[in-house]
Write a new protein. Structure first.
Length: 102
């Protein structure tokens, strides 16, 4: 039974929203840092959607985005939010509540 719970937890797709403004160096760095961590810890089990607030400013209010870049983990719940370029890997892992497998 424990094995099934572990398998079920690991099969979930993580849904991450990355809020940016245009293709600034800070926005690009945030995407690359997030993707790198996801490839290491969630390979094949994540989806990153980049939301450009320059093109869709109305989405900032609904998501309560106060600064950019910001990543929001929608799934698995609970929702978690991290602000910044995501260059601090430890902070990113803790913020996403992501633990390395092993």
């Amino acid at each position: 039974m424990n094995k099934n719970k572990t398998a079920k937890r690991h099969s979930k797709i993580w849904q991450l929203l990355l809020y940016v403004i245009d293709q600034t160096p800070k926005s690009q760095a945030a995407f690359l840092n997030l993707k790198k961590v996801c490839e290491i810890h969630l390979k094949g089990r994540y989806h990153i959607k980049v939301i450009d607030l320059d093109k869709h400013p109305q989405l900032a209010k609904g998501a309560q985005i106060l600064a950019i870049p910001t990543v929001v983990r929608r799934l698995p719940s609970p929702v978690r939010t991290i602000i910044g370029n995501l260059s601090d890997t430890e902070r990113l892992l803790v913020g996403l509540d992501l633990r390395p497998s092993g």
